[in-house]
Design a protein around this ligand. Structure first.
Ligand SMILES: Cc1cc2nc3c(=O)[nH]c(=O)nc-3n(C[C@H](O)[C@H](O)[C@H](O)COP(=O)(O)OP(=O)(O)OC[C@H]3O[C@@H](n4cnc5c(N)ncnc54)[C@H](O)[C@@H]3O)c2cc1C
Length: 453
């Protein structure tokens, strides 16, 4: 109980991603009342979104309900809604949910609102090249990928057929490499023999990046191995190639050979992240600076300068050039929780957040991954086993782990894809929402990657 008051210390956590969720969990025994506000009712395991988009996993396996995860934690109240602004002086957040706006007061605020997709100023590209940030994105891509093979099977004109069977992935970081690898496996391993008029093995998968290497952050050795594996899968890799236009039927690129157009009905964007809209709002409200990507420049202890009562964690904080990865979010969320507990116990606070790098990994195809852990660089089957172990460890919920393993058996040992359902609404909803707007959100500002566009 806070001294002299009848109530407990109120901690509001914005975002139930890796940062927010792990902060909430780390406070489970603390003498505080937590309100955890998230734009969706589920926690999203983003690293496996590409497996939803390519029919390996179901969306439920990577997005368990937040209230189910925290059902045994008595000091937390889970609320649905997008935080649209923060009133720093009055210490309250303004929240918007379908058909209802509300406010929540705090004594300490922890904000972990993640990151948004960046199209480098060309937001119109999103209509034709969905990003990979949300369940909506993954289901839309799944509908477009499987729908493309269906439509290719209907067309007799060879040019039209080729357009439907050409898949372009922009961005050769881990997400782009994983997407390209999985579409190639789909075409070469899972789908052959299922169509009367097309051979899925003739599909073209093109991976594009403006830089000169795939998986550049993994170092030269692993990057070269990943490139070799992509070539073995039949992926065409176009490096030092910049996207200058995207429309319904293709993509325009500046290559070392000059400007070219690739005819393709199915494009996806896995390049570039930006801070979420809330980062700018919070920075302005608190009078603090952001970096070039819009992330909040925090103090070494993850608090906002001049505001020891506000923490920014995970992807939306800028500190020591830390990367936007799950471990930074988990560890910074836990650090914020630790600072809150120390403060309430009257102990010294302000300790610097120190990141322990557990390494990074990316799968290229079944049984083939690259992993970089400190000085250890592994690729191939051993890398894939490490990838499997880490993802099983961090997938939230026992039930999800069991069903994910079953689905991996189906896809990696067998030749099936368990999740191939694709609806027209999934494929077209983005355009409809843009055209007509969200009926609940009309006249209001909504933020966040899943927020109504
Ligand atoms: C496709 C993809 C693949 C990835 N692969 C890897 C990988 O292999 N390894 C790795 O380490 N990292 C990977 N990452 C990065 C990793 O997922 C992020 O670094 C991590 O999720 C960041 O955690 P976070 O808590 O900061 O944000 P997030 O996990 O993004 O969570 C933010 C939460 O805040 C909510 N939110 C946002 N705005 C608001 C608002 N205004 N109001 C209320 N709620 C809001 C969102 O709904 C979301 O639940 C990947 C990311 C993506 C997109």
């Amino acid at each position: 109980m806070a001294q002299g008051t009848a109530r407990r210390h109120r901690v509001v956590i914005v975002g139930a991603g890796f940062g927010g969720l792990f902060a909430a969990k780390a406070l489970r025994r603390a003498d505080v009342d937590i309100t955890l506000i998230n734009g969706t009712a589920y926690h999203l395991f983003q690293p496996l979104l590409y497996q939803v988009a390519t029919g390996i996993l179901s969306e439920g396996e990577i997005a368990p309900p937040i209230r189910e995860i925290l059902k045994r934690q008595r000091n937390v109240d889970v609320k649905l809604g997008w935080v649209t602004d923060v009133d720093v002086a009055a210490k309250k957040v303004l929240v918007s949910a379908p058909g209802i706006d509300y406010t929540v007061e705090y004594d300490t605020l922890v904000v972990g609102a993640g990151a948004s997709q960046s199209y480098f100023g060309n937001d119109g590209f999103a209509d034709h090249a969905p990003g990979m940030k949300s369940i909506d994105d993954a289901l839309e891509l799944r509908a477009r990928i499987f729908g493309a093979f269906e439509l290719a099977d209907l067309h007799e004109d060879p040019a039209e057929r080729e357009r439907w069977m050409t898949f372009v992935v922009v961005g050769a970081g881990p997400t782009g490499v994983e997407m390209a690898g999985q579409i190639a496996e789909l075409a070469h391993r899972n789908l052959p023999g299922q169509y009367k008029h097309i051979d899925p093995r003739r599909a073209r998968v093109i991976l594009i990046d403006a830089v000169d290497a795939v998986l550049k952050t993994f170092g030269d050795r692993l990057s070269t191995r990943a490139l070799r594996q992509l070539h073995l899968l039949g992926v065409e890799v176009e490096l030092e190639t910049k996207v200058v236009g995207v429309d319904a039927t293709g993509i325009d690129v500046d290559t070392p050979r000059g400007r070219e157009r690739i005819s393709s009905m199915t494009k996806m964007w896995a390049a570039g992240v930006a801070a979420p809209p809330l980062a700018g709002k919070l920075a302005a409200a608190a009078g603090v600076k952001t970096d070039r990507a819009g992330r909040i420049l925090v103090e070494p202890d993850c608090t906002l300068p001049g505001h020891p009562e506000i923490f920014a964690v995970g992807d939306m904080m800028a500190l020591d050039n830390l990367p936007g990865v799950a471990q930074v979010a988990i560890q910074s969320g836990r650090h914020a929780a630790d600072q809150i507990k120390r403060r309430l116990a009257g102990r010294e606070t302000g300790q610097k957040f120190t990141y322990f790098d557990k390494g990074s990994m990316a799968t290229i195809s079944r049984f083939h991954a690259v992993a970089s852990i400190g000085k250890v660089h592994v690729s191939g089957f051993v890398g894939w086993l490490m990838w499997l172990a880490v993802h099983l460890l961090y997938l939230v919920g026992f039930k999800n782990r069991v069903t994910a393993v079953l689905h991996w058996f189906v896809s990696f040992l067998g030749r099936g894809r368990a999740e191939r359902v694709a609806t027209f609404q999934q494929a077209y909803a983005r355009a409809a929402v843009r055209e007509y707007g969200d009926p609940f959100a009309r006249g209001r500002v909504s933020t966040g990657p899943d927020a109504p566009k």
